[in-house]
Every structure is written in C-alpha cells, then in structure tokens.
Design a protein around this ligand. Structure first.
Ligand code: AMP
Ligand code: MG
Length: 353
C-alpha cells in the first residue's frame, strides 16, 4: 500500500484533503493525524473491523483498549451512558485538551475497542487538524498513538512514516506536537478521580477543580505490585532500540555521575549514547561524540523536555550506540508524566546519583 503524506499547514485551504481523509475514515480505513499530545492512528470508532486494522498496523495486543476522540458534546452523549458530576467539572475545565476520561459506555461502542470493558476512554482534542478530521468523518475516531507497539510515540509526521510506511493509506502532517506526551487518563466513574496515566494535565491541576483529596494516582503507576487499571500501562512501552539506563537524583551531581558511568561502559567496549539536558551534555563533550548525544532541552524546563523526549529516544534508531544513558527529571508536576514514560522506556533500569 502506498502511504500518502499531506501537509496540513492551512486547514481552511485544505478542505478537499480533509474531506478525502474523512471519506477514508468512513470507508473503514486508517488515517494518521496530529493531536496536541502525540500523533494518532485513527479509524471509525464505531466500526469494529476498521479498528481491527489499527491493532494490526501497530501490532497492538487485542486486550489493550482504544480511546475514542470526539469533536463535541453530542458525540460524547452518543457513546457514553452517563457523565458523572466529577467528569462534567473536569470537562468544563480541560476539554478540549490533553485529558482522557474513562466513563461508562453505551453498547454502540464495539467490545473490540474497549477490550470487553464496561467503560470507554473519551478525549476531545484541541488540535485544529484533529478536530477538523473528526468533524469531516462525522464519527468518533478511535486512535492510539501512531507508533508500532512498544516503540516511542511519534510527535512528528516523519516519525509516523518511519513506523507506518506501507501499512496505512494517509498521514496528515500538522507539524510537531505541542505537549509531546500522551493525554492524562482519569477514571472519573468512581468515588474519587483516579489518574491511570499521568500527562500534561497534572494531579495538581485536577485537584484545583475537584478539591484536594479527591484525586488519587493508580498505585500501580508508582511502583506498587498491583496490576494497572489502564490495561495498556502493563506493557513494555516507549522503548528505543538500544537499552536505556536512567540516572536520577540531584541535578548538581549529574555531570559527574554521567562521566563515571560513560567511562565505565566505554572501558567495557560499549558505544554509549546520551539523552540529557543541554547543561549535562555540555559537560560530556570530551567523552561522547556529538552524534551520540540527544539534547532534550534545558534542565528543569519540563514542557520543552516533554515535547522533545520521544524524538530524542527515536534519534538513536539509526545510530550505532549499543547502550543509552538518560537524565531523569523531577517527578513533580509534568515531571511525573515524563518520568513515567522514561521508566517504561528503560524497563525501570535506574542508577541513583
Ligand atoms: P494509547 O492509545 O497508545 O495512548 O493508549 C491508550 C491507553 O488508554 C492504554 O493504556 C489503554 O489501556 C487506556 N485505556 C483505554 N480505554 C480504557 C478504559 N476503558 N479503561 C482503562 N484504560 C483504558
Ligand atoms: Mg501508545
């Protein structure tokens, strides 16, 4: 199959391309599109056969449910049985935006996309191209991240092409994604709001709306032994091709710790790649060749780091580093989402510094 890539720099001038993309979705095909978080791999969310093509293109385990993307409130009412008060408040505050709510589903939503659960994940993206595509297709669009399962999510159309070339007919190119980490997933069906996946809408932001004490983090996310309630959180994820080890701790100790680890690994004959802040990389110039360094932004600037992290991991795909060292950030605020992804990318291999 030929994979077409269309630039969507001016959606008003690109009505025809959007119409054609909407037609593809209605015809049961898969279209990749930008959102403010990461690129999505979209299909008609009410058509089980169309969604089966998403699972196939990604190599995604079939028990891992898909999130339905909607453009307006009436689409939510089409798929959700009941919107609890808590969810109403969160929608008023954060939708459209990088928030997914887990809500009781209606039977119109195929079992195939919820992994048989009684709930459905719903998100209203803010990105113009995403909204225009959903509107043009006229149906809720089921969309996971547009990567091969287990790989870092794509935040540019070029990275989507690397993973999806020959597998899907169309990629809409809307440039680099703003946030760079997937949506915050909140189960709002029960007593307390439970964060199943951290993202750009932080625990602190949710508490501002619902009150302190009314928002909890799924214990499985912070290292406890329990099984995560978002089925997808139990799989290996976001992993670069070479193994990644994270260095975490005091920012002031980072350069010294990296130097020590790099020297040790190089002595063992490894080609070491480094994913780190501008500040740390500057201190490693004499040890690591430039092409084996990925700069994720300035130390402590979490929004920029989130926006860059997946492309930084992917930048080693065609390099010959056989081991990667990554610099950890704080786990506060947006740092919780960044470190959640980096811990999964590294299989929880961490050195405390
Ligand atoms: P992705 O589409 O790659 O961003 O992954 C979607 C995430 O949402 C996965 O971790 C899923 O397990 C999770 N998810 C989707 N629907 C539900 C649901 N009804 N209940 C709990 N988690 C869900
Ligand atoms: Mg994903």
């Amino acid at each position: 199959m030929e994979t077409k890539l269309i630039q969507m720099d001016n959606i008003k001038a690109q009505k025809e391309a959007l119409y054609a993309a909407g037609e593809l979705i209605r015809a049961g095909e898969v279209v990749a599109f930008p959102t403010e978080t990461v690129y999505g791999l979209g299909a008609n969310g009410l058509d089980a056969d169309a969604c089966a093509k998403i699972y196939q293109a990604k190599g995604r385990p079939s028990d891992n449910p898909l999130i339905l993307h909607v453009a307006n409130r009436s689409m939510i009412d089409q798929i959700v049985a009941k919107v609890p008060d808590k969810a109403e408040k969160l929608m008023a505050a954060f939708c459209p935006g990088p928030l997914t709510l887990i809500l009781p589903r209606k039977s119109i939503v195929p079992d195939r996309i919820t992994g048989g659960l009684a709930t459905v994940g719903v998100r209203m993206p803010e990105n113009d191209v995403a909204r225009a595509l959903i509107t043009a297709s006229g149906v809720p669009i089921a969309a996971p991240s547009a990567n091969i399962s287990g790989r870092p999510s794509p935040t540019t159309a070029k990275s989507v092409l690397v993973d999806m070339k020959g597998k899907i007919p169309l990629i809409l190119d809307g440039g680099a994604c703003d946030f760079g980490v997937e949506s915050t997933i909140v189960d709002a069906a029960g007593d307390k709001a439970v964060i199943l996946r951290p993202g750009a809408i932080t625990k602190e932001m949710l508490e501002e709306v619902l009150g302190e004490g009314n928002v909890v983090i799924d214990p499985a996310l912070v290292g406890a032994d329990s099984i995560p309630r978002a089925p997808g959180m139990k799989y290996t994820h976001y992993a670069p091709k070479a193994p990644l080890i994270m260095l975490e701790g005091m920012p002031t100790r980072m350069i010294r710790a990296f130097q020590r680890e790099i020297e040790r690994l190089q002595k063992e004959g490894h080609r070491v790649g480094v994913i780190a802040s501008h500040e740390v990389l500057k201190g490693l110039q004499d040890l690591v060749p430039k092409d084996l360094m990925a700069d994720y932004g300035h130390q402590g600037q979490l929004s920029a780091i989130a926006a860059n992290i997946y492309e930084a991991l992917r930048s080693f795909d065609d390099k010959d580093a056989d081991i990667l060292l990554g610099e950890g950030t704080t786990a506060e605020g947006l740092g919780l989402a960044i470190m959640n992804r980096l811990h999964k990318a590294s299989g929880f291999q961490t050195i405390q510094v």
